[in-house]
Design a protein around this ligand. Sequence first.
Ligand SMILES: *Cc1c(COP(=O)(O)O)cnc(C)c1O
Length: 413
Amino acid sequence: MSVTHAPQTTDVLTRQDPELAEILLGELHRQSSTLQLIAAENFCSPAVLAALGSALANKYAEGYPGARHHGGCEIVDVAERLAVDRAKSLFGAEHANVQSHSGSSAVLAAYAALLRPGDTVLALGLPYGGHLTHGSPANFSGRWFDFVGYGVDAETGLIDHDQVRTLARTHRPKAIVCGSIAYPRHIDYAFFREVADEVGAYLIADAAHPIGLVAGGAAPSPVPYADVVCATTHKVLRGPRGGMILCGGDLAERVDRAVFPFTQGGAQMHTIAAKAVAFGEAATPAFAAYAHQVVANARVLAAALADEGLVVTTGGTDTHLVTADPAPLGVDGRTARGRLAAAGLVLDCCALPHADTRGLRLGTAAVTTQGMAEKEMERIAALLAGVVRGEVESVRAREEVRDLVGGFPPYPA
Ligand SMILES: *Cc1c(COP(=O)(O)O)cnc(C)c1O
């Protein structure tokens, strides 16, 4: 077995530490021989992986370009400036901070920049697709801030704008958060801006999921509306695992100080270089085509799942994300996920708005990177429904999955 995306590294590893090398190769095999339908995942490019596996991983660089607490930063400074400039130009933002280690770290820093412990924050409630950092009692956010949750309409599954406005007027939050881990529709950022202005709140857009679609012009941008935009770089955007923050020039200094030194130490320069590579890729026409195909695929997948009898939340999708209740097929989300995992279809469960049982959450970012299109989405939906119903045995399903992914290697030789 060999790895096509980082041959030297893996050869070294195979010689020096075959035990660990075997694990890496096993994971690569798992990723390329099963169907990756986890909405938050993607396959980053060999160039991104190369930057991640580079000598920049050795460098300590606390601070910001031109103002570091360590010597020898003159080269990594160039890398970070490049990442910042590319992010600003890609998203039309006045300021970009590319140091956040993850999406959650970016949200933590955004709160640190704008809020004080005890402040009231209005965000999508966790049962409706809010992230842990949007007020979970198990997370710093729920412990340190007073979160009020808005929800979605029980009939349509769409964000209840009337409730958002009412809760904002009642609770006068210091910040309003829009963004979700499972909401399949576009978010009306202009609406949230209007409500935030009415009650004098900051607007924080947590665009961790759709930011890659925004980069490719396949989803509306929160940048013109939100005071601060938090994002990940590893979901649809297809970069390295990490976070970023975009904001206006007026908040630049507060945001930068909230990242370092307030919530983080040294920047991960190899990851920042990999972010620069990903921003460069995302600025190409090929990436715009990719982002639009991601959405086209998700729409077909949603429609095909509905044809199979699953109840698709909001009746469809505008994004890469589909959530669906498999109950009409006779099982709940947890059971369905187990059957699907055994068959080689890897996806998540999620909370279903206004339901006691859990549903399935799927995304098309990874399979679209592999080159799959509408026809494959229909095959995936049929296979998924057959497995969930218990009509297709795991062994046969695994063969079908192998057949399906065989034509679309994520890292072609
Ligand atoms: C994925 C996600 C995050 C967190 O990203 P991590 O990199 O896992 O910390 C935060 N907010 C939202 C809305 C997300 O979807």
